[in-house]
Design a protein around this ligand. Structure first.
Ligand SMILES: [Zn+2]
Ligand SMILES: [Zn+2]
Length: 369
């Protein structure tokens, strides 16, 4: 566990003002853009300050020795509607999430530029990749048995057909971004309350690529993708179980400017069946059985998932507490010819009050045994 108090060189009872003062002094001293600066140290100081300057975080740190919230920070992306879809040629930058650093006011900016500039080259925020999508598709047990093809209709980003995803009017090509002079990044001086620093920012106009279309595509406004309906045929294999997910590579959102598309995940829901219950690859059916049929050893008919019925014998001495297992009449195993079994459970139907004749016969039967 890091000792934030000793990192800032203050006592555990230090006031807010003392913490702030110590931070200013140290941050100024160790800022990596200064001569003799130290990135690691600067980062540590900022981390300590972030916790000790916040009443709640400090109290939590004092109590538990950590200021980390439970659970992770939410990831970006995956949302419908596509944050960052260009409106008038502006893209929102993704990648760095300032919320990760809490509400730090002006510090957030310093942090952001600092991490961007870490390790020499700035992190290039290029065009946004397409998000993954998930849809649900309901099928019947019969469809799960035989396999089926379903057409899923999605409203999503698709590659712009006019410019082929490039973002430039066909034939117009690209030219050097004048905002960053083709560097993809912009260095600017920044004044903060503890000094003036230079910072490197990814060029917002070209997204760090250093070039822009000579003439942005009129259809997609330079994004290389447009929102549209897309029909996708999903091959659902025989034997699929409820809640299984099929991944269709590259069928999620198209990326901006021809960057990688997301994937489509299809969650298959198999509707409950009126006759069969399912247990893995086995199917279970419950059938009424007349007592007399059992006694006389008559063969019975049982419905099967492939359609129709089959005939089955109840073996002599059969224990009605067990299921009658009919091999190979269950669901297929995915990618195999093997099938599970059909299990038949019986409900014995005793005759209602037997008539005089039936009673006489039953009494005879009793003497036979
Ligand atoms: Zn286009
Ligand atoms: Zn640029």
């Amino acid at each position: 566990m890091k000792d934030y108090y000793s990192i800032l060189g203050v006592s555990k009872t230090a006031s807010e003002e003392e913490v702030k003062k110590a931070y200013r002094k140290l941050a100024h001293q160790h800022h990596p853009d200064k001569a003799g600066g130290d990135e690691k140290k600067f980062k540590e100081i900022n981390e300590a300050y972030q916790v000790l300057s916040d009443k709640n975080k400090r109290a939590q740190y004092d109590r538990f020795g950590t200021a980390e919230p439970m659970g992770g920070f939410g990831g970006a992306g995956g949302q419908w509607g596509g944050a960052g879809f260009p409106g008038g040629g502006q893209w929102s930058n993704v990648g760095f999430d300032p919320s990760q650093f809490g509400d730090m006011g002006d510090f957030g900016d310093i942090f952001e530029s600092f991490f961007e500039g870490m390790g020499g080259a700035p992190r290039r925020k290029t065009y946004e990749k397409g998000s993954d999508l998930e849809v649900q598709e309901q099928i019947t047990l019969e469809e799960a048995f035989g396999g089926t093809i379903k057409t899923v209709r999605l409203r999503t980003f698709v590659q712009c057909a006019k410019c082929g995803g490039k973002g430039a009017e066909p034939g117009s090509g690209f030219e050097k971004c004048t905002t960053c002079d083709g560097q993809g990044q912009i260095r600017e001086q920044r004044r903060t309350f503890f000094g003036s620093f230079s910072q490197v920012k990814t060029c917002a106009k070209c997204h760090g690529t250093g070039e822009v279309p000579k003439k942005p595509c009129a259809t997609c406004k330079g994004a290389g993708r447009v929102e549209s309906n897309r029909d996708i045929n999903i091959d659902i294999m025989a034997g699929i179980d409820d809640n299984q997910i099929i991944k269709v590579k590259g069928m999620g959102e198209a990326g901006e400017r021809g960057t990688a598309a997301g994937d489509l995940y299809v969650r298959v829901r198999v509707r409950p069946h009126a006759v069969f219950a399912r247990h893995g690859a086995d199917l279970i059916v419950t059938r009424d059985l007349k007592l007399v049929d059992l006694l006389l050893g008559k063969s019975i008919t049982v419905p099967v998932i492939s359609g129709g019925t089959i005939t089955a014998e109840i073996p002599a001495g059969f224990n009605l507490k067990e299921s009658l297992r009919i091999a190979g009449q269950g669901m297929p195993h995915i990618g195999s010819r093997a099938r599970g079994d059909l299990l038949v459970n019986f409900m014995i139907k005793a005759p209602k009050k037997p008539g005089a004749k039936a009673k006489e016969l039953l009494e005879k039967l009793e003497k036979e045994q």
